[in-house]
Design a protein around this ligand. Structure first.
Ligand SMILES: NC(=O)c1ccc[n+]([C@@H]2O[C@H](COP(=O)([O-])OP(=O)(O)OC[C@H]3O[C@@H](n4cnc5c(N)ncnc54)[C@H](O)[C@@H]3O)[C@@H](O)[C@H]2O)c1
Length: 344
């Protein structure tokens, strides 16, 4: 049986393909390279000594999706990472986000509906909780109105899967709500490759550390937190990837309690923006150039996961510390810049 990984050359997808192959699973990747590079295949092969099957096409092409499933009738599980993920861009181009993040989801589910007992894992996000009323955030916390079309695609995406599972008892699905993935594979053969200005804190920090960005802006230090900056739950991408394997195995082995389940994936520990900066400074031995600026609209103050459900039910727990995660992100940044300089 094959496992289809959509967006498998992207940041989280590539790390997950490594863990799937490490477990002996056969992987086929679909990616249109809209936010990734073909070189990632070499990185995956370099780590696992196995090159996954790769098909390059745009999943928005429904005919190609149908044709893919006709050619690969042995696909028994799908991990669906492919999506557009820039919050700001989603505000400017909502239809692009609804088409890519929801249209594609529908096409995939339409194919899986026809199969017997297919397993489906969906990349969701802690953004569905907004500013949660209680911390740490459990899976039972209410979903809050989305702050952006991107956030809305995750909420509606979950609803589409839940509704489909209700009428398709054969289909088994898990939505994984990621907190804040950071870091790179310890081999530094794969990592995060943001195009343009990074949207997330850690790549912005490492790019500032290496001199591509002049200065990091810290948005607000007057929040009701210990040091006044916002708090998030930063999880190493390898820990996150391993959780996908656990979730998939749960479905493949029919261990699920219902045919639609939701899990938080985080460390359970909140870290403030300043704590992340100080962690970077510790592991890199560099002083980071940053300045405190005003608050940014739409930022939640604190979000960190209650991980008990994933710990107990999936038998998974994050292992990497914040320092280890920042260290791998920094090693990766240095490697990317060195190989870039060597090429040019
Ligand atoms: N990185 C995060 O902080 C984060 C947090 C929560 C949820 N997520 C979700 O996790 C998933 C993976 O995120 P990531 O950080 O690895 O993103 P990424 O952009 O690195 O990876 C997504 C991959 O999908 C591909 N892709 C996009 N649209 C496609 C299409 N129409 N056809 C074929 N391929 C397509 C891109 O080329 C890319 O390789 C996304 O669904 C994202 O919304 C990410």
């Amino acid at each position: 049986m094959k496992i289809l990984v959509t967006g498998g050359l992207g940041y989280i997808g590539s790390h997950t393909v490594v863990e799937l192959q490490n477990e002996g699973l056969e992987v086929v990747i679909i990616d249109n390279l809209s936010n990734s590079s073909i070189d990632v295949l070499d990185g995956i092969e370099g780590i696992t000594e196995k090159r996954p099957i790769f098909e390059e096409f745009d999943l928005r092409n429904k005919t190609k999706v149908q044709d893919f499933f006709a050619r690969h009738s042995d696909v028994g599980g799908v991990i669906h990472f492919a999506a557009s993920k820039a919050v700001g861009e989603s505000v400017e181009k909502p239809l692009l986000y609804y088409e890519n993040n929801l249209g594609v989801l529908v096409y995939l589910l339409q194919e899986l509906e026809k199969k017997k007992g297919a397993s489906f894992i969906f990349s969701s996000s802690c953004t569905v909780y907004g500013q949660a009323d209680e911390l740490p955030i459990t899976e039972d916390a209410p979903v809050k109105p989305a702050e952006s079309p991107y956030g809305n695609t995750k909420q509606v995406g979950e609803e589409i899967i839940r509704d489909t599972c209700k009428v398709t008892p054969d289909l088994k699905a898990i939505a994984l709500r990621y907190f804040n993935p950071i870091g790179a594979h310890p081999s530094i053969k794969i990592g995060e490759l943001p195009l343009g200005v990074p949207q997330n804190l850690v790549p912005f920090i490492t790019q500032t550390g290496i001199g591509i960005r002049e200065q990091l802006s810290v948005f607000g230090d007057d929040y009701p937190t210990e040091d006044g900056t916002c708090i998030r739950d930063y999880i190493h991408v390898v820990d996150l990837a391993k959780a996908h394997v656990k979730a998939l195995q749960r479905l493949l082995q029919n261990e699920n309690n219902s045919n639609y389940e939701v899990f938080n994936l985080g460390t359970g520990k909140g870290s403030s923006v300043l704590e992340v900066i100080h962690s970077f400074e510790r592991v890199s031995g560099k002083k980071l150039n940053y300045k405190i600026v005003g608050r940014r609209e739409g930022d939640v103050i604190q979000a960190y996961a209650d991980t008990q459900k994933a710990n107990k039910v999936l038998g998974w727990k994050s292992k990497y510390t914040l320092d280890e995660s920042l260290k791998s992100a920094w090693d990766w940044e240095q490697k990317v810049r060195t190989s870039h300089a060597a090429k040019s």
